[in-house]
Write a protein that binds this ligand. Structure first.
Ligand code: SF4
Length: 358
């Protein structure tokens, strides 16, 4: 056996030994073999840390124990449970896939990697996860944890977000996979990436791969893995006006093609730049709602950082004794008690909690 083959063999062997004897990462979806619950956990965990996703996974599996139950659910109820998890497109795609699996496949997920890939919202990573965890098929998962562990262990600086990088790391992951033990192998490499070979300050002293790893004890781990594209962050300026008439609030549903799709919100105006003064925003809100400026009261400013956007929000309220006629006619008046049944972006939930006491 040449040196390269020996290093690869040691990788798989040491990883599985660590998983069997040391890895104590205990999460409810581990060892799960129901493809629905595995799929659910994978959708929730995209772009989300395990500890943050855990309560959502538990709520979903209690509310919707089968894919048929999820498919039959009311959209508002599902978005309400998802509220706070972000990336709301995932929730929309999840519902679409649940309904497709129910209507086209009688509620049974396809039992092959290729069949899973045909489902909307299921890409190579999720298909490999379901194929290996539910059906014990020999497909290696390749996610951010896997890119990190492999790039550091083998000292590979090919950008992981390039076409070449994706092909290279996928081929390497499948070569290293213990094909008779794909579920444990996949779980092991993801857990190692999440708990030992972490993005910042990997704990090489606790790593079962440190003897052969090209990054152990060097500065390489701080620059690997490499990404070619830098994230462009856009700054946006929102002004919400909470129009209250008796115990009702004017609410509209956000449209498609933007963040927080399908969630609800009070009257919103967006500026490409921050207006010079609060009074300027009040006069814009007044002209678009017909409410006299002296009834519009500034409450607070907040900032929320998303992966690609920074949202600066100013909140205003207007307590009214007659209903105004805002420029947009798609809103409805909802009682404050009923707001609990609708899904809102996190920043609005905090504002409501502080100002409407629900
Ligand atoms: S030795 Fe360090 S850099 Fe290498 S795989 Fe382990 S934790 Fe990561």
């Amino acid at each position: 056996m040449n040196q390269e083959a020996a290093i690869k063999k040691a990788f798989t062997k040491n990883l599985l030994l660590w998983h069997a004897s040391v890895n104590k990462r205990d999460l409810p979806w581990k060892e799960e073999q129901d493809p629905y619950k595995i799929w659910l956990s994978e959708i929730i965990l995209q772009q989300t840390r395990a500890q943050q996703g855990l309560p959502y996974y538990l709520k979903f599996t209690v509310a919707y124990p089968t894919v048929k139950a999820l498919a039959a659910a009311d959209d508002n109820d599902v978005f309400r449970i998802w509220q706070g998890l972000g990336y709301y497109n995932r929730c929309k795609n999840m519902l679409a896939t649940a309904r497709l699996v129910t209507s086209e496949y009688s509620g049974i997920f396809p039992d092959s990697y290729e069949g899973l890939l045909t489902l909307k919202g299921i890409g190579p990573y999720t298909a490999a996860a379901i194929a290996s965890f539910a059906f014990r098929l020999p497909h290696a998962v390749v996610d951010g944890n896997v890119y990190r562990v492999l790039s550091r262990y083998f000292g590979i600086d090919t950008p992981t977000d390039s076409k070449e990088g994706k092909l290279l790391f996928t081929a390497l992951a499948n070569e290293l996979l213990d094909k008779a033990n794909s579920a444990h192998y996949n779980q092991a490499i993801m857990d190692l990436g999440a708990t030992v070979c972490t993005p910042k300050k990997p704990i090489c002293s606790d790593c079962p791969l440190s003897r052969q790893c090209l990054s152990a004890g060097t500065g390489l781990a701080s620059i690997l893995p490499v990404k070619s594209k830098k994230i462009v962050v856009k700054t946006r300026f929102f002004a919400y006006l909470l129009m209250q008439f008796k115990d009702t609030i004017w609410i509209e549903k956000r449209g498609s093609g933007d963040i927080w799709e399908n969630l609800h919100q009070p009257f919103l105006i967006e500026n490409s730049e921050h207006p010079a003064a609060t009074a300027d925003i009040i006069s814009m809100l007044a002209s678009q709602t017909g409410i006299p400026p002296n009834l519009i009261v500034f409450k607070e400013n907040t900032q929320q950082k998303l992966t690609h956007q920074i949202i600066n929000t100013s909140f205003f309220v207007a307590n009214l004794n007659k209903k105004p006629s805002p420029s947009r006619t798609n809103g409805i008046w909802v009682s404050i008690n009923e707001l609990k049944k609708l899904a809102f972006p996190k920043t609005l939930v905090s504002f409501f909690k502080n100002n409407l006491y629900f």
